[in-house]
Design a protein. Structure first.
Length: 386
């Protein structure tokens, strides 16, 4: 669990002037029992409604490197948030009337030791194609997948997968380098070193953060305290990743498409030069080199002599290792993607609660499927697409 966005509806006890700067100051200064601020004021949305972003990891550790996978921790944040909002707004002669859940962000973490984030370019390309293909097959769905790089170092920091409807867009998934993200946001080098000591696996993390706008009824403050957001959305978010990003059928079709294009370049190169210089052929088609598995398939199709094929494979693998050292992963992309898929498929959240939750609220929320993730809940995963 990472961040939620809520709209807080309030009522004025007196029809007097409201100091919005003071409201912002009070909301932003809410401190958790662990000594950290975790709320970011998002401005007034309309009369007597303001937006608020709430970070669950920051509540406990002051940084989103802390991983939350437990409903109990989330509910503790909800309770503290409601009590604190009521207390701070009361000073301004305001009452919290309703809390409206707008967006929920839930991350899934994959650990990739000994490989830097920027070398995963081909992995992100395959997943972007899969997302575009799977999402665009749905009626009226347009997609946009973009990467953000550091212009000085050329390092990839973030990849965004967005669905567009009408004139607006909804960022559904962000894949980002958490190490670089935290390093950039941390002003003190000493503090960053402390983070690395606390989270020694930070450099190996690839974070898949699903971000969904949700359409829910407004909650009374007491009901929001007891609403188990993690249990409500985590499984459907996991299914979203498996259905649209790690869809095996879409990925297989993408590999086939690239194989066909690379096969054409092989035949054109041979026709033009009469013989194959494998190194030159690889580098002239670098944009098509997404996986060794696909490259080998092209060689096996075009080379009949077994000894020649073995020599070609040896030459190709040697050069691909050089490309990996300098540029991006090529040799085991399919294996890594499949491993990512299995990790996400088996991702476990803890829902066992040791807090009292009204049974009627749980039943109402479990069967109330008004948000835009409902269509995923009853559909099979792409394991059934083979």
């Amino acid at each position: 669990m990472d961040t939620i966005s809520i709209n807080v509806h309030f009522k004025r006890k007196f029809q007097n002037y409201l100091d919005y700067e003071e409201l912002q100051k009070k909301v932003n200064s809410i401190i958790s029992p662990y000594g950290y601020t975790y709320c970011d004021y998002g401005g007034i949305k309309k009369n007597d409604v303001f937006n608020l972003k709430v970070s669950y990891p920051r509540f406990y550790k002051g940084i989103n490197a802390y991983l939350i996978k437990n409903s109990i921790e989330c509910l503790k944040v909800n309770e503290h948030l409601v009590v604190s909002l009521e207390k701070e707004l009361k000073v301004l002669s305001l009452d919290v009337v309703m809390i409206e859940l707008i967006r929920v962000d839930i991350p899934f973490t994959y650990y990739m030791p000994d490989v830097s984030f920027e070398k995963c370019l081909n992995i992100f390309r395959v997943l972007a194609y899969a997302y575009n293909k799977s999402r665009r097959e749905e009626k009226n769905s347009r997609t946009d997948t973009k990467g953000i790089i550091d212009m000085i170092t050329s390092s990839i920091e973030t990849v965004n997968f967005t669905i567009a409807r009408g004139s607006g867009g909804n960022n559904e998934l962000t894949i980002y380098n958490q190490y670089l993200n935290i390093k950039r946001k941390t002003a003190s080098a000493e503090q960053f070193e402390e983070y690395l000591r606390t989270y020694p696996d930070l450099k190996s993390r690839i974070r898949f953060e699903v971000k969904k706008r949700v359409n829910r009824n407004k909650f009374l403050p007491k009901d929001f305290k007891e609403f188990d957001i993690l249990r409500k959305y985590s499984e459907s978010y996991k299914k979203f990743l498996l259905k649209y990003v790690f869809n095996k059928k879409s990925i297989a079709e993408i590999y086939e498409m690239y194989s066909m294009e690379l096969d054409i370049t092989y035949q054109e190169y041979l026709k033009k030069h009469k013989r194959i210089n494998y190194v030159a052929w690889l580098h002239s088609n670098k944009h098509l080199l997404i996986d060794y598995k696909m490259i080998r398939k092209v060689l096996e199709k075009n080379i009949n002599n077994q000894k020649t094929l073995e020599n070609a494979i040896t030459c190709i693998r040697k050069e691909l290792k050089e490309i990996e050292n300098k540029d991006f992963l090529v040799l085991n992309v399919a294996k890594i993607i499949d491993d990512m898929r299995q990790i996400i498929k088996n991702y476990k959240f803890e829902y066992k609660l040791n807090v009292e939750i009204k049974e009627e609220i749980l039943i109402q929320e479990y069967f109330s499927m008004e948000d835009n993730m409902q269509f995923l809940l009853d559909e099979p995963l792409d394991d059934d697409f083979n």
